[in-house]
Write a protein that binds this ligand. Structure first.
Ligand code: TYM
Length: 332
């Protein structure tokens, strides 16, 4: 009997600074889990990262560390492709084409663009504006069926679908129209200092976010200082953003339901709860940190892996780009 073709997954992450617990629970954990069932292609999105100014030496290190960290969390290159975006030139090429099929009005509505134009007011460059067209190119090049992301990327994914449908309507079936895949828990990890905002590595207050590579003491300190409320009752409810966020994190790392968590901490106050969340996070991250440290001892090995993986990704990307260009009318 013919084996059914596996669906294809595509996702990417920016190498800007240290990856956070939000990246891990909202995205990377799913990247790893999905390898059992799907054909997965994952990318370090270094082209996206220069929409904000990067210092060359730091940027170089961040790309390397992000690649190693993705291996450390469990992306397995014997089953999946893990490459660095700038190594496959087709991303930039298709992005240009898709820029011409994406409307100014659509890009103007992107929440992330609006937010970043405020937080980086001195550098509102064209790349920041057209960033979603590059993201669409990433996904569409690989004809991905599903895209695992945290909730904050949903709008970009909807735009990707709109652009794919528009292109297909003009030229026939060129691109697979991808479905978002957003996990139930962990998709919206919030800042520990302002739980109405998402946890982000660009937050100036280091106590607001936990890095995957933070030391256990730092993780515990950040959870102990996490903002809560004055009710002193661990329950998931409207208006309790801080506690809701801690419950979501605890549920995501332990697999417990909110009901179980409420029972576990009934009458115990927030101090105990914060310690438990911190400890559960430390234990989740411990093996990842150990594997990361080992990988970073062997840069030649890392380089051989990313080169080999770019070579696997490139033919897939080349095929899609050629197909799109032919349809538009380019000659070869
Ligand atoms: P990036 O690098 O900001 O984040 C990578 C992934 O982590 C998720 N994430 C979160 N999830 C839950 N809670 C949080 N606080 C949190 N912070 C981040 C993001 O949703 C994302 O899934 N534009 C993308 C990278 C990208 C991409 C792509 C993604 C480029 N091309 C193609 C998918 C497909 C970005 O900046 O993600």
């Amino acid at each position: 009997m013919e084996e059914q073709k596996k669906q294809r997954i595509y996702s990417a992450i920016q190498p800007s600074g240290m990856l956070t617990l939000g990246n891990y629970l909202g995205a990377l954990r799913n990247w790893v889990a999905m390898q059992d069932e799907y054909e997965c292609i994952y990318t370090v999105a270094d082209l996206h990262a220069i929409t904000v100014r990067q210092t060359p030496a730091d940027f170089r290190r961040q790309i390397l560390e992000t690649y190693a960290l993705l291996l450390a969390v469990g992306v397995d290159t014997s089953r999946s492709i893990l490459f660095i975006q700038s190594h496959v030139a087709e991303h930039s090429q298709l992005a240009w084409l898709l820029n011409c099929y994406t409307q100014f009005g659509e890009l103007s509505r992107m929440t992330q663009f609006k937010e970043k134009s405020i937080s980086h007011a001195d550098n509102v460059n064209a790349g920041l504006f057209t960033y979603p067209a590059l993201m669409a190119a990433d996904i569409l090049l690989y004809q991905a069926d599903r895209v695992p992301v945290g909730h904050d990327q949903k709008q970009h994914l909807e735009l990707t679908r709109d652009v794919a449908i528009r292109f297909n309507n003009l030229y026939g079936d060129v691109f697979t129209v991808p479905e978002p895949f957003i996990p139930k828990t962990g998709a919206r990890v919030k800042s520990l200092q302002d739980p109405t905002q998402k946890m982000s590595k660009s937050d100036a207050n280091p106590n607001a976010w936990v890095a995957i590579l933070d030391k256990p003491d730092d993780i515990m300190r950040k959870f102990k200082r996490a903002v809560t409320d004055s009710e002193s009752c661990v329950r998931y409810a409207e208006g309790k953003d801080g506690i809701n966020n801690l419950m979501e994190i605890y549920a995501a790392v332990t697999g417990k339901t909110y009901q179980t968590i409420e029972g576990e901490f009934a009458g115990k106050g927030y101090g105990n709860f914060k310690l438990a969340v911190g400890e559960a996070v430390v234990e989740t991250l411990r093996p990842i940190q150990a594997t990361f440290a080992d990988l970073m001892k062997n840069k030649d090995y890392l380089q051989s892996v990313w080169r080999e993986n770019a070579q696997k990704a490139e033919p897939i990307a080349r095929r899609t780009l050629a197909k799109a260009m032919k349809k538009i009318g380019y000659i070869f």
